[in-house]
Design a protein. Structure first.
Length: 232
């Protein structure tokens, strides 16, 4: 299937476009500079904390994540540090290729966010990414988080009512097998996996899931943009 047949790209944001792992680790090193906790240990503890039941909306949930992680890893635990992790989202960086790749992709498609982040965080993220989106959808809009099928139904309703596009016109672009690729396959939505952790031994901060083979597979967003421009 030629990529040019799609009309609208829906995007996971945190982990696909925004480097949340790098952002959290930068906060850890700044907030607790004498900590000897390894990157992998922190991300593994975060992954477990995020998978627990009864989570808050993201990234408000980062406050609870810090309180769960700190005792396990011997980090100081305070409300100020926990709230600092939440506030750090304003400084989380884009993946280096993402802003330019999004500008290239917007020449060919409508771009829509489908993030599990709340609107206040998405406002920071979209500015970091150069404000390339035609439609901003957050968990506040969908009233649920992926992998809930209702989020995908909500997004479909929005791009159908806005532009008249059908599900067949949609390519969902994401890095998380757990939140995005698996459920997209179940719902019959064409997916593109951006494997940001290609070549790394663990899943980092991303919740692990059974592997689903995507319709398209790239290691960076720039590679997707290259393929579109090459007429693949």
């Amino acid at each position: 299937m030629a990529l040019s047949r799609f009309k609208v790209l829906t995007f996971d944001v945190v982990g696909t476009l925004i480097d949340f792992e790098g952002g959290m680790l930068a906060y850890l090193r700044q907030a607790v500079p004498d900590s000897s906790v390894s990157d992998d240990a922190f991300l593994a503890a975060y992954r477990t904390a995020r998978k627990r039941s009864g989570t808050d909306w993201y990234p408000d949930d980062l406050v609870h994540c810090w309180h769960a992680i700190a005792p396990q890893l011997g980090l100081p635990d305070s409300e100020a540090l926990a709230r600092g992790l939440r506030a750090s989202v304003a400084d989380w960086p884009a993946f280096p290729d993402a802003p330019e790749a999004l500008q290239r992709l917007r020449r060919h498609f409508k771009l829509v966010t489908m993030t599990n982040a709340q609107a206040w965080a998405l406002d920071h993220f979209q500015k970091t990414l150069g404000s390339p989106f035609d439609l901003l959808l957050s968990c506040d809009d969908a009233l649920c988080e992926k992998p809930d099928a209702r989020y995908f139904a909500y997004a479909r309703g929005r791009y159908e009512s806005t532009w008249g596009y059908r599900q067949a016109d949609n390519l969902h672009v994401a890095q998380s097998q757990y939140h995005d690729i698996g459920i997209a396959r179940q719902l019959g939505i064409t997916s593109c996996w951006i494997e940001r952790r290609h070549g790394k031994a663990s899943s980092g901060g991303t919740i692990e899931a059974e592997h689903t083979v995507p319709d398209y597979h790239f290691h960076t967003l720039a590679q997707l943009a290259d393929a579109v421009e090459a007429g693949q």
